[in-house]
Design a protein around this ligand. Structure first.
Ligand SMILES: O=P(O)(O)OC[C@H]1O[C@](O)(COP(=O)(O)O)[C@@H](O)[C@@H]1O
Ligand SMILES: [Mg+2]
Length: 385
């Protein structure tokens, strides 16, 4: 039986700054989905991380379905009315267009969706991040599906041993490529290490890919708000859906990818590198320096139209160590103030509000005589005999 998992999220207002959602707004979004979604959806779940409201929907209408996307859009619109009533900060922030036109893609909300042939037991985990960007998923998704030091199933389980296919998007030039592990491992890493440009969009199993080319096992939202709006309008806090078990990484293998709080771009004003802290829902609010960036994992099982769960997977003392390390890294980095590498490199700052500040000094720069002008050069590669 084919089903679609559609996860659509947006920041439509928060309090007191960009810390967390406001219950009456979440209730309004939930109420809208409940009232208007009954004929469209088999099941749904509303959650939130930081200032983003997250709608997980199960239906049989396929990806990019106009009515499902409209439902999410209108639910966010309804929530925005409540956010405005209470004067919440950034009310309606991610709804970048005035009216819905067929699909929420390119309109502000983030979307991660996949149409699957549901297995007899269909367990999956929804990961939701705040104060970071889609490329923050590159490292953990690679570790889950490509790194045997994270996922022993790649070595031990004959159903995983062949490896996986990664679909990688160049979100600056709008191009994509599929590369497979283990044979293209180094090339994949060569691309996805540049996480502000190359982002993993989907993962496929090799076994099913030829016969069922659309059947994916992981999908990430890759929407870049700044590229859509043409200016900085908050970060592009991403979400992802990862199917697990039975020939795929186990629940514990996908969670393990977050046990080391690696650095991601985002945090304060979308302009700083900071550690990604795995937290349970009770800690999914952004405080210190508007962060640190956080990730929540909700585990579900789908069967015959119904969703069981969720289980709040990072709400577990086993991740206390990761949280402690994240706080230590935050302490260390914060001492650098506005300096790189705590602050993002110059190229990434183009997508923030800094250019507007520096613009006023542009005409005051004077040439320095007799100084070679620096320009980026390509390093020649030497052929090895
Ligand atoms: O200039 P403003 O409107 O106060 O916005 C600054 C805010 O933007 C943010 O980068 C927005 O974060 P989000 O991407 O989660 O919306 C916050 O860190 C910061 O408080
Ligand atoms: Mg956010």
């Amino acid at each position: 039986m084919k089903v679609t998992i559609s996860h659509i999220k947006a920041d439509i207002g928060s309090l007191p700054g960009h810390s967390t959602v406001f219950k009456p707004v979440v209730d309004e979004v939930e109420g809208y989905v409940k009232e208007h979604g009954s004929s469209l959806l088999k099941s749904y779940y509303i959650s939130h991380v930081g200032d983003d409201i997250q709608i997980t929907m199960i239906h049989t209408r396929g990806t990019d379905d106009e009515e499902v996307h409209r439902l999410a859009w209108e639910a966010f619109k309804a929530g925005t009315v409540v956010a405005k009533k209470y004067g919440l900060y950034g009310a309606g922030q991610d709804l970048l267009k005035d009216s819905f036109s067929g699909n929420v893609k390119g309109m502000g909300p983030g979307v991660a969706e996949m149409e699957i042939n549901a297995r007899p037991s269909e367990p999956f985990i929804v990961f939701m991040m705040d104060k970071t960007e889609p490329g923050a998923f590159n490292l953990p998704i690679f570790r889950m599906f490509g790194d045997p030091f994270n996922t022993p199933g790649l070595v031990i389980d004959p159903n995983m041993h062949e490896g996986f296919i990664f679909e990688i998007w160049d979100i600056i030039e709008g191009k994509k490529i599929k590369l497979a592990t283990p044979e293209n491992t180094y090339d994949i890493l060569g691309l996805i290490g540049s996480k502000s440009r190359y982002v993993i969009k989907r993962v496929y199993t090799k076994k099913t890919h030829e016969k069922l080319p659309d059947e994916n096992v992981a999908v990430i939202s890759t929407d870049k708000l700044s590229l859509i709006a043409g200016e900085y309008v908050g970060k592009d806090d991403p979400a992802g859906v990862v199917r697990i078990q039975s020939g795929l990484p186990a629940a514990g293998e996908v969670l393990e990818a977050f046990a080391h709080p690696y650095l991601v771009s985002g945090w304060m004003r979308g302009s700083f590198n900071g550690p990604l802290m795995p937290v349970g829902m009770k800690d999914a609010k952004m405080t210190r320096f508007d962060g640190p960036p956080r990730v929540v994992a909700l585990g579900f099982v789908y069967k015959d139209g119904a969703l069981s769960g969720p289980v709040d997977m990072f709400d577990d003392p086993a991740f206390d160590g990761a949280r402690r390390t994240a706080v230590e890294i935050a302490d260390y980095l914060r001492r650098m103030g506005p300096f790189e590498p705590h602050r993002l490199p110059e190229d990434d700052m183009e997508y923030t509000s800094l250019p507007r500040v520096l613009e006023r000094h542009k005409s005051k720069f004077e040439p320095i005589e007799d100084t070679p002008k620096g320009k980026k050069v390509k390093v020649a590669t030497t052929d090895v005999d």
